[in-house]
Design a protein. Structure first.
Lengths: 327, 342, 144
């Protein structure tokens, strides 16, 4: 259960809209089935009746600030969960939006639910979901309500949450949290410990499901190129579909590489993948390697920090030596 | 109507696979299902439907069309078309069966797409009736009866029996191939199942959704609707909806330089992409609003205008389940057409 | 050493200021290295972005080697330091995806090191030959 209620957010947003501090509010809008919330822009107190804050508000609004700050005459109000604030800072580091045009409210987050974990238990046919102390789910197939603890159906990225601390905000609602130790590199290590053949088979299987919808790229707060190389018809590597297994790998290696050092590990890529490819495991591999070889670094922890790949020391590890200690 | 005990279904699959490549939905380790080629030991998925639609069987995401070889100053064109294998797709849902009709209108009308036609002629569809539709299902909106799927053979699975009803010559041939494996029977059990499914369909949250507000003559009414701005506001411009959609049929034709020649291929394209239908003069849809509008206008207005009022959505619900921002055709229909757009 | 019938194709990205001159020197000194090493001259080793490496594999390379000035000797002061980090990360990622780590290498070769250039290429060609054809990063369209 989330620590603050929707009403707190609505009240806050309404008063900021009313006193003219902001003219746009970024928030989660009610969907058809209680779990399919759409990131939306609210411009009036009346609109705010559809604003929702519950265990399904996974979407990260940081990237939307790029477009919305340009549309706003005053400021844009954005609600940021702790992990969102890292993306927020990273975008500021890259000068992607004007900080002066944003009113950021940090809100505490207890983790977000993954609807597929709920459906794995209840099956299809959900007729209602109530988020309270427990997540109560009813389906059209049964008169019984199935209750879940949030912790049992939490998204992977929230299970391995790296921080409950807001690293950027104008105003904070609720208590400030801390950076936490997480097991987010455990799965990376598990893969590293496989044999090369096993690793190859693992990724071949995962990446072969890719339909190249580009959702992972388009949702990524670090992917903000005006024109992606893969969309550029003048570039010989442009491709719209994974024509061969090479192109599958090419896209995903380059996608992850291009955000290496800038990826805050917000996990949006894996959340949106329609084929459930664990894309975060590519990003985390880079983060882990950079931490190991170039010192601990958390993208977005502060504005203006220099990412490992645009930095160097004269004593860096040689490319041939990064495998040391591994098969 | 014919029947076979559910326990013996592997015998049925094996028999079909003797003369055809057989594909059916199989669970993957991620808990979703996808079409896979049957081999001994393959277990059919119990899931309602696959993430990726079966349109790949007839209109694959990537398809090589022809090759060019260059030698000196000569270019040689190589026709690489081959007769498709005979194949059977088992377990296609009613909505997806209908989607083939939508694709047929595009690819089998003049000028006929020979690549598509080739596959269509060699493919047999065994459609499986739904018994447990999801909240995202709204095939009824488009006049599809999930309990009575079309296809070359319609099939119904009960707790212990699979029922088969051939609808076409191709279907009859499969039944003939099955020979003694199936026995003729009455339709009582099937009718009971259909009745129960239809009762469930009425309880679905989207059961009341109608298409009354839409149709081929609605271009002017909707094209400049102010609602498009809000609907498309947070669209990421990814291609998830179009690529999981069973009816989206846009493609791009591209050349791949292999270093020794050129492969001309086609691949799915998405109207959500910035480079979609880019021409010499540039792009004709510059904003995401225009691209977003194109997709839904095509499904609800333009396509019906060219195809006797048939909509190019079948209500499978894939885009509802998979859109990263949960914006979808149902929200568009309800916003533009009124509550239930009735 | 196991020698495959098909000789491995190797793409060597050489920086203009050191390694390319090193290759020249190897030639002038009549030092032999495999003819299947195809040299691509780049202004600086840091001109090579990961797509160059992947693209080389796609187009049929069995091994890719980058040669640049020794750390500290970059014509542009720091280019090869960036190369070092980038390629370290890229090679580690390729290994993570199960692609043989012996197929990629970075070597620092100065303009005076003709002998090192030839020795490096001979050694790399042998290593790659032992691995056989590049299967895991191949694009079948480029192979027919």
């Amino acid at each position: 259960m989330q620590k603050i209620t929707r009403d707190v957010l609505v009240e806050k947003a309404a008063s900021l809209l009313e006193n003219g501090t902001v003219d746009r509010v970024l928030g989660w809008k009610k969907g058809e089935f209680d779990y399919d919330l759409t990131p939306a822009v609210f411009t009036s107190a009346d609109d705010l009746k559809d604003l929702v804050w519950n265990d399904f508000c996974g979407a990260n609004f940081s990237k939307y600030l790029i477009a919305n700050t340009k549309k706003s005459a005053s400021k844009v109000l954005v609600f940021l969960k702790p992990c969102d604030t890292y993306s927020f800072n990273q975008l500021l580091t890259e000068h992607r939006f004007d900080r002066e045009k944003v009113y950021a409210i940090g809100i505490p987050c207890e983790g977000m639910a993954d609807i597929s974990k709920i459906k794995a238990v209840t099956g299809d046919g959900i007729s209602s979901i109530e988020c309270g102390e427990k997540i109560n789910v009813t389906t059209i197939y049964s008169d019984d309500t199935v209750s879940f603890d949030l912790s049992d159906v939490m998204a992977e990225r929230c299970v391995n949450c790296k921080s409950k601390k807001h690293v950027a905000y104008d105003e904070l609602i609720g208590e400030e949290g801390d950076v936490i130790e997480s097991g987010r590199f455990d799965e990376v290590e598990r893969i590293e410990n496989m044999t090369a053949d096993e690793r190859y088979a693992f990724w071949q299987n995962e990446l072969s499901r890719c339909i190249r919808c580009n959702a992972c790229r388009d949702v990524c707060p670090a992917c903000t190129c005006e024109k992606c190389v893969f969309d550029n018809p003048n570039h010989s590597l442009e491709n719209k579909a994974p024509a061969t297994s090479f192109e599958e790998k090419m896209f995903h290696i380059i996608r992850a590489f291009h955000v290496a050092g800038r990826c805050t590990d917000c996990g949006e890529c894996s959340r949106v993948c329609p084929q459930n490819i664990p894309l975060h495991l590519l990003n985390r591999k880079f983060i882990k390697d950079m931490n190991t070889h170039y010192g601990e670094y958390q993208a977005g922890a502060e504005v203006g920090s220099r990412a490992p790949l645009v930095n160097y020391t004269t004593e860096d590890v040689e490319p041939g030596d990064v495998f040391e200690g591994r098969e | 109507m014919y029947r076979i005990a559910k326990d013996s279904i592997n015998l049925l699959f094996a028999k079909i696979a003797e003369e055809n490549a057989l594909y059916l939905p199989v669970d993957n380790e991620k808990g979703s299902s996808e079409y896979k080629k049957w081999e001994d030991g393959t277990v059919m998925s119990e899931k309602l439907n696959t993430v990726r639609s079966p349109k790949d069987f007839f209109f694959p995401q990537v398809e090589n069309l022809m090759e060019f070889k260059t030698e000196g100053k000569n270019i040689q064109l190589i026709d690489i078309r081959e007769d498709s294998e005979d194949f059977v797709v088992f377990g296609v849902r009613a909505c997806d069966v209908k989607s083939f009709e939508v694709l047929d209108n595009v690819f089998l009308n003049e000028p006929v797409d020979t690549y598509y036609k080739n596959r269509r002629e060699h493919g047999v569809i065994i459609a499986l009736a739904c018994t447990r539709p999801a909240e995202t299902c709204f095939c009824g909106t488009f006049g599809i009866d999930a309990a009575s799927p079309a296809g070359d053979i319609s099939a119904w699975m009960t707790d212990d029996t699979l029922y088969l009803e051939p609808n076409t010559e191709k279907g009859e041939k499969i039944i003939a191939l099955l020979g003694d494996l199936v026995t003729e029977c009455g339709a009582e059990a099937v009718e009971a199942q259909q009745e129960s499914t239809r009762r469930i369909m009425k309880k679905l949250p989207l059961a009341d959704l109608t298409t009354d507000a839409f149709g081929g003559d609605k271009t002017e009414e909707f094209f400049n609707a102010p609602e498009w701005a809000t609907l498309s506001e947070s669209c990421l411009g990814c291609g998830t909806c179009t690529f999981v959609c069973p009816t989206c049929q846009c493609y791009d034709i591209k050349d791949f330089n292999t270093g020794k020649g050129v492969i001309r291929y086609r691949c799915w394209d998405s109207c959500m992409y910035s480079e979609f239908t880019r021409m010499a003069h540039g792009n004709n849809r510059l904003s995401q609003l225009e691209r977003f509008r194109q997709r839904f206008m095509h499904k609800l207005v333009y396509y019906p205008a060219n195809n006797d009022g048939m909509f190019s959505c079948v209500g499978c619900g894939r885009c509802l389940a998979k859109c990263p921002i949960s914006m979808n055709i149902v929200k568009v229909m309800k916003t533009l057409g009124g509550k239930n757009n009735g | 050493m196991q020698v495959n019938e098909k000789k491995p194709l190797i793409v060597a990205f050489c920086c203009n200021w050191c390694s390319y001159a090193g290759a020249d020197l190897a030639g002038n000194n009549r030092l032999s290295y495999p003819a299947d090493v195809k040299i691509i001259r780049v202004p600086c080793s840091c001109r090579v972005n990961p797509m160059f490496v992947l693209r080389a594999f796609q187009r049929g390379a069995d091994g890719v080697i980058l040669c640049g000035c020794h750390p500290g000797d970059c014509h542009y002061t720091s280019g090869n330091y960036y190369t070092r980090r980038r390629m370290a990360m890229l090679f580690s990622m390729l290994d993570y995806l199960g692609i043989e780590k012996e197929r990629t290498r970075v070597e620092w070769v100065s303009a005076a090191e003709g002998a090192k250039f030839a020795a490096t290429m001979n050694d790399f060609a042998q290593t790659v030959a032992a691995l056989g054809e590049n299967k895991r990063l191949e694009d079948l369209r480029c192979k027919r």
